[in-house]
Design a protein around this ligand. Structure first.
Ligand code: BTN
Length: 240
């Protein structure tokens, strides 16, 4: 989806948040990739903060679209998650996507993705794909049970620069979104679905072309959007 575009790349030692930085550049109508060695105010999904110490990769990809229908916006998420997984796989790791777009290795989160789109009528006008990948950064103690890094999972040493180069190549590759399915994990497994205060046991079935999760619950097969539900896999630790 991104292969035919021209990219401007900007690098920084530190930024508050690469997503916030590129959002301010939207008016320029350039496709832009911004990378920071660390962030002082890294943002995660659902208003959470994202630990962003030196040693990780923190980047945002700002893309402008001419004719991407809003109903196909899930392809943006698919492309980002698949690009991260391809990168991790090429460094000898076995990544799995926890729907919609958390990347896990050996039961722990290694990468988070925050997507912020703008729309024009029925189309996506622009997207900001923010990726935070733990390479050899120190993880805060309170995250030690739920998060991991490439350094912790791999016997081979890898540098941030090497990983970054591979990730950029994958992010800008045409058709990368088609590899989402390959890495989609936990299908067929029993999980807990969290809908506000409600907890539902369900078996994951598949993800439809709009990005909705289809799961078998006690009340039959149901479809959930990522806005209404989050999922907890068996044995997954949570931050309290
Ligand atoms: C999540 O797992 O909750 C999503 C985390 C996304 C973090 C990345 S790091 C680069 C970009 N800038 C931000 O402030 N957030 C995203």
């Amino acid at each position: 989806m991104n292969g035919d575009k021209t990219w401007k790349i900007e690098r920084f030692e530190s930024l508050t948040s690469t997503n916030d930085y590129v959002k301010e550049k939207r008016w320029k109508k350039e496709n832009l990739i911004v990378i920071a060695r660390s962030q002082t105010g890294g943002r995660g999904t659902k208003g959470r903060s994202f630990s962003s110490e030196k040693g990780g990769i923190y980047l945002s990809v700002l893309t402008h679209y001419q004719d991407l229908c809003a109903s196909d916006a899930f392809r943006i998420m698919q492309g980002a998650a698949a690009a991260v997984c391809e990168t991790l796989y090429s460094f000898g790791l076995t990544p799995k996507i926890k729907w919609p777009n958390d990347i896990f290795v050996n039961g722990k989160k290694i990468c988070g993705i925050l997507i912020e789109n703008t729309f024009s009528g029925k189309n996506v006008a622009s997207s900001v794909v923010g990726i935070g990948l733990n390479v050899c950064n120190r993880l805060p103690k309170e995250l030690s049970l739920i998060a991991t890094s490439m350094h912790a999972e791999s016997s081979k040493a890898c540098s941030v620069e090497e990983v970054e180069e591979r990730l950029l190549a994958n992010l800008t590759e045409t058709g990368i979104e088609n590899k989402y399915e390959t890495y989609l994990g936990f299908m067929g497994e029993e999980v807990t679905l969290i809908l506000g205060e409600e907890r539902i046991l369900a078996t994951l079935l598949f993800v439809d072309e709009r990005g909705n999760l289809v799961a078998r619950t006690a009340e039959g097969e149901k479809r959930f959007s990522s806005a209404e539900v989050s999922l907890r896999i068996k044995g997954e630790n949570v931050c309290v």
